[in-house]
Design a protein around this ligand. Structure first.
Ligand code: NDP
Length: 603
């Protein structure tokens, strides 16, 4: 299809492109990423744990076989796979007061997983958990994380409320020295870092924010003592309160219907509207998994991953808002493989499918809202994957309530100021009792990449110095000069909206390597510099050029607030192909990273 052919479309593609450009330019801020405060700023108390009291304990000074940093799904899955592989000496460290990671911290009213439970909640068959709803409530997912820890004995030697502060390689003993903020000095043969990608609350640097005298908190530290109720709602403490919610991303969309229902008055401060598609959540029969054949979850997870990644699949087992959109784009490509399409033609077909989806989403806003002016403000004007898509059957309806006001802040780049009693946007002041920040998380701050966890490898070399010209890894997991150290995450690895599936593959991979290292009685595990260079070259060679997609998007964390042209430097042909590469590597090349122990000769 050419530009000329687009005149036959049922909408004006040129006008749409112009509108998207205009809305993006209206939203872009010169201060980019500097517009936010980290939670370590004066508002550090917002990052404290409201759920579990911190216990005093004696510092540890001992040795373990494997130390896993992070008790979210990545750490739990690695622990589970290592237990299955026969590892006994496993210690986990976690900054929260229990397992669960994001599901430990995020307990706001309305919290649900926005990916179907059957493919999102890992190890359902192994643990015997049966999700109660198609999209499970957050508390159920948190309890499942706890159940995984119990099933695989990961509570045995865990250190909660503990942050690893440094890792230093000891070449003589071939092990890591691990320091923590609780004074621990632990020696570990292997270290696995799974400290998450979206974990530190992020706050807008609004002038005057510190002068506000009312109540404030971030959604990932919900204050039920103030609001009353629980994750199912019933926020009776807000009945006589004027409440502001700042932010309308995936979290805001879930929180706002509850606050709107229970607050005396709710002001929603929106900067960029989200795409809000149909949710269609429902209860599941009590024992819905009992007649499914063994291995059903793996089959369903693989199918979801493939459909979302745009692979050519005959069936769509999950068949929901995520997969139908991916299939819409696939259909536009008429089943033709990447090679048979001219890249320009492929991009045009993608763009048309995208525009049709977004037209549908905007039409839903018109069909739901009573007030046409509010409907206009709630319509998103950007391409579908510019921001995390959201799903709700209650969010848009909330704006039909008489006690709910939508305050659009796009023209001022967000809230302009706060006073002792009010939120200010331009010339208007909104007097409120409470401000709830649904403003998201810092990206990439956790772990070794940001330098918050300094790592000194062989010869005392710092990891970030070794990576000064860019990260160098084998498949994203290991680095030359840093033996026995493994990373989970999307760096030079795969990515997907169902990130738990990615973590599960990573855990399987790491456990397989450690199992082999054990059986070979390795001195340590380390890739060669050549293997790293080959992987970097592979990533660059297969990089799919998305042109200016990201840079033309409305600002958000996907494109570094409009500053980034490319994604996270992962394997761009997608997770299905990447997992094939890992399987092949395990079958043929795993021994390449095993450095054998020296043979002792009796004199
Ligand atoms: P986001 O970063 O997606 O959203 C932050 C919101 O705050 C945006 O609406 C942003 O506006 C707004 N904002 C920031 N600064 C200001 C300001 N100065 N004035 C007004 N508004 C402002 O965070 P979320 O917590 O919503 O989501 C983060 C991620 O967490 C998701 O993308 C998803 O990956 C995950 N998540 C997953 C869920 C699941 O069910 N699996 C549920 C919830 C979250 P703007 O868009 O203009 O920047």
């Amino acid at each position: 299809m050419t530009d000329a052919d687009t005149r036959t479309l049922e909408f004006d593609l040129a006008a749409l492109r112009e509108r998207y450009r205009h809305e993006r330019d209206r939203r872009i801020r010169p201060d980019g990423l500097r517009q936010y405060l980290g939670s370590r700023h004066n508002f550090g108390y917002w990052a404290e744990d409201p759920y579990t009291p911190r216990q005093e304990r004696a510092a540890k000074s001992d040795r373990v076989e494997v130390l896993i940093v992070g008790g979210g799904f990545g750490g739990l899955l690695t622990g589970a796979r290592l237990r299955e592989a026969g590892f006994d000496s496993i210690r986990m460290t976690e900054e929260g007061g229990d397992f669960g990671g994001t599901w430990y911290w995020n307990r706001y009213p309305g919290i649900h997983c926005d990916i179907e439970s059957s493919v999102y909640m890992p190890l359902l068959e192994e643990v015997g958990t049966v999700p109660s709803r198609r999209y499970a409530p957050g508390e159920e997912i948190r309890r499942h994380a706890v159940a995984i820890a119990e099933r695989f004995r990961l509570y045995d030697d865990v250190l909660f409320h503990t942050r690893v502060t440094a890792l230093r390689w000891d070449e003589d003993d071939a092990e890591w020295q691990v320091c923590t903020d609780r004074g621990d000095r632990i020696r570990a043969r292997y270290v696995v870092v799974s400290s998450g990608t979206l974990s530190q609350p992020k706050l807008p640097a609004i002038p005057g924010v510190e002068s506000f005298r009312g109540h404030t908190f971030h959604t990932s530290r919900w204050d039920y003592g103030y609001t009353g109720g629980d994750q199912a709602g019933g926020l009776t403490g807000l009945a006589d309160k004027r409440v502001a919610v700042v932010g309308t991303g995936a979290t805001g969309i879930q929180v706002i219907p509850h606050v709107g229902r229970d607050a005396e008055h709710l002001y929603v401060f929106q900067r960029t509207p989200s795409t809000v598609d149909v949710r269609d959540n429902r209860d599941l029969p009590r024992n819905w998994t009992s007649n499914l054949p063994q291995g059903w979850q793996r089959e369903r997870m693989e199918n979801f991953l493939a459909v979302i990644a745009g692979e050519d699949t005959e069936t769509d087992l999950v068949a929901d808002g995520w997969t139908s959109t991916a299939r819409l784009q696939r259909k536009m490509l008429s089943g033709r493989t990447d090679d048979t399409l001219d890249p320009g033609e492929r991009e045009m077909l993608d763009e048309i499918a995208d525009a049709r989806k977004m037209n549908e989403i905007r039409a839903r806003v018109d069909a739901t809202l009573d007030d046409p002016a509010t409907a206009e403000l709630l319509k998103p004007w950007y391409r579908y994957m510019c921001k995390r898509p959201t799903f709700s059957d209650h969010y848009l309806q909330t704006f039909n309530r008489p006690n709910v006001t939508l305050v659009d802040t796009a023209d001022t780049g967000g809230i302009t100021a706060m006073t002792e009693t009010a939120v200010v946007v331009g010339d208007s002041e909104y007097e409120v009792d409470c401000v709830i920040f649904a403003t998201g998380f810092e990206t990439g701050v956790s772990g070794v990449v940001s330098g918050t966890l300094p790592v000194h490898g062989r010869g005392g070399v710092q990891l970030l110095e070794a990576w000064s010209a860019g990260p160098r890894t084998l498949h994203g997991f290991m680095s030359h000069g840093f033996p026995n150290l493994f990373h989970l995450g999307s760096l030079q690895n795969a990515n997907s909206v169902n990130f738990v599936h990615i973590l599960q593959e990573q855990a399987t991979h790491i456990a397989a390597i450690l199992e082999r290292a054990g059986s070979e009685q390795a001195r340590y595990v380390e890739p060669t510099a050549e293997a790293e260079a080959d992987w970097l070259a592979t990533i660059r060679r297969v990089q799919i050029d998305n042109g200016d997609f990201l840079v033309e998007c409305t600002p958000g964390y996907y494109n570094g607030e409009g500053t980034r042209r490319r994604g996270g430097g992962g394997f761009s042909p997608g997770p299905v192909r990447f997992h094939e590469i890992l399987r092949e590597w395990r079958a043929t090349s795993m021994d390449d990273v095993i450095v054998p122990a020296p043979v002792l000769v009796n004199e």
